[in-house]
Write a protein that binds this ligand. Structure first.
Ligand SMILES: [Zn+2]
Length: 77
């Protein structure tokens, strides 16, 4: 396992499910995973290692949500 392949991880995650997830949690100790927090996206993400605390599947979703939030606050005054 020497390739950093995020797409491979996503496929693997969907195929293997919770049992494998439990094994990974044990193996790596620190895994961030879940469903993208963007209201227009339901992609599952998987992040491993320090500094992987995240709520979105990608930087694109994170910035889109940030912009939407900013617009919403501006509209409210
Ligand atoms: Zn997303």
């Amino acid at each position: 396992m020497d390739r950093g392949d995020d797409a491979g991880w996503a496929d693997w995650f969907l195929a293997s499910g919770a049992l494998a997830l439990a094994r990974i949690l044990t193996e790596y100790g620190r895994v961030t995973w879940g469903e993208c927090a963007s209201p227009t996206c339901s992609t599952l993400y998987l992040g491993i290692g320090p500094g992987s605390a995240r709520r979105y599947c990608s930087a694109a979703c994170a910035s889109r949500a940030r912009v939407a939030d900013h617009r919403r606050r501006k509209a409210l005054g």
